[in-house]
Design a binder for this molecule. Structure first.
Ligand SMILES: Cc1ncc(COP(=O)(O)O)c(C=O)c1O
Length: 398
């Protein structure tokens, strides 16, 4: 493939830092992970950042924290119970949904707008029922959800907001960083994402007790790493503090290798996102005649949003045109993929998963049937852009 979905964004800085960790033999979660968490908290403006081994793990941790017996819902918010409903967009990644299901909840799928690719606030409002406890906005493809409307709905109905920001590190809406509107926000640092720790993810929150609960669940349910150990009832019965378990838990810890990457990558984030923006605008400019002719449409920026572009999604007029364009691009050496997972309601796994579909999913179906995306990364050069634009234009001229 001449144009891949992603290219490596790490270099000598990350390699040297990893080598230092390996040579020091301090390779399990330690000082570098902690320093990365502190840097990420400072960047995001959150009181706490909890580093884990993937974005999926960040979502797992967030939903299991909300479902945990020791979780205290913020004042005025609905409490979790088995069968609690969480509203999610139909167009999202699988592990937006699975952790909700694994925590005993029921995902409620709502439609997405084919122009912005984001969940529709009016569909969210119509989906809220007596069992709805939370809303999970997903900022798809680096664009932002309609945050004022979603925030107002959460406030009015007492819903907990947990933002899946795994595709939108650096995106803002109305000046606020995506992932910072609700109780928690999650991020992914997978290889192709805005920054990478190879695999990795983060949960951010301002809630001190929740941050300790997240740290406890991240590592075995023990008390190590907790700021307020006494709160959770430590040390009874002569147990060594390091081997006292106060909750159920997982092992979702990252390693120092991941922390080493994160420290350097975070410093490069703004530069990477500026490059993604440059390449996106150049592609839009190159494809403008096709957009004007209605042959393709590209993602519209949500009003008020400042995106951190992730992938270059486009929609064709109809499914046949999409299939033909996809085959043409593949043959030209341009790697393409569906828009996230398409409409999650159409995935075979949903046959075994308790869920609810709220209203029509026509927009999500259209995104699935007519959409595709090719890669977007900071290394996209002028030659790459010209190559992609030429390939797409040649298809429509033929
Ligand atoms: C919206 C969304 N949520 C969650 C994830 C999971 O992140 P990870 O691949 O780091 O597990 C992804 C992955 O790309 C994603 O796009």
């Amino acid at each position: 493939m001449r144009i891949k979905l992603s290219e490596p964004t790490y270099g000598e800085d990350e390699i040297a830092e990893v080598m230092e960790s390996l040579r020091s033999t301090r390779v399990t979660m330690g000082a570098k992970c902690l320093a990365f968490e502190q840097a990420f908290a400072a960047y995001s403006g959150a009181r706490h950042a909890i580093f884990v081994n993937s974005g999926s793990s960040a979502n797992l941790l967030a939903w299991f924290a909300i479902a945990n017996v020791l979780f205290q819902p913020p004042p005025g918010k609905r409490a979790w119970r088995p069968g609690a409903e969480v509203i999610v967009p139909a167009v999202t990644w699988s592990t937006t949904l699975w952790p909700i299901v694994q925590a005993g909840g029921v995902p409620v799928l709502v439609d997405c707008c084919p122009k912005t690719l984001q969940m529709r606030p009016e569909a969210v409002e119509a989906a809220i029922g007596p069992d709805t406890v939370a809303l999970c906005p997903v900022h798809a493809l680096g664009n932002a959800c309609y945050m004022p409307a979603l925030t107002e709905l959460c406030d009015r109905h007492g819903l907990i907001m947990m933002e899946d920001t795994c595709e939108a590190l650096g995106t803002r809406h109305g000046g606020t960083l995506a992932g910072r509107f609700g109780l928690m926000g999650t991020y992914s640092f997978f290889f192709s994402h805005h920054i990478t720790t190879i695999e990795g993810g983060m949960v951010v929150t301002d809630d001190d007790a929740l941050a300790d609960l997240l740290r406890c669940l991240r590592a075995h349910g023990w008390t190590r790493d907790l700021a307020d150990k006494a709160r959770w009832g430590t040390g009874s019965g002569g147990l060594a503090e390091r081997f006292t378990f106060v909750n159920t838990g997982f092992n979702l810890r990252p390693s120092e290798i991941n922390g080493a990457f994160g420290l350097h990558q975070l410093r490069k984030l703004e530069g990477f996102n500026a490059e993604r923006r440059r390449a996106t605008l150049a592609l839009i400019e190159g494809l403008a005649p096709l957009i004007a002719a209605g042959d393709i449409s590209v993602m519209e920026v949500t009003p008020g949003a400042d995106p951190a572009f992730f992938g270059f999604p486009l929609l064709c007029r109809d499914p046949a045109a999409r299939d033909a364009l996809a085959a043409h691009l593949d043959a030209a050496g341009i790697e393409i993929r569906p828009i996230i997972c398409g409409n999650m309601a159409r995935q075979p796994a949903m046959a075994h998963v308790r869920h609810r579909i709220a209203g029509s999913l026509d927009g999500a179906d259209r995104i699935m049937a007519c959409g595709l995306y090719f890669g977007m990364h900071p290394g996209y050069g002028e030659d790459d852009i010209a190559f992609v634009v030429d390939a797409v234009r040649r298809y429509f001229q033929s």
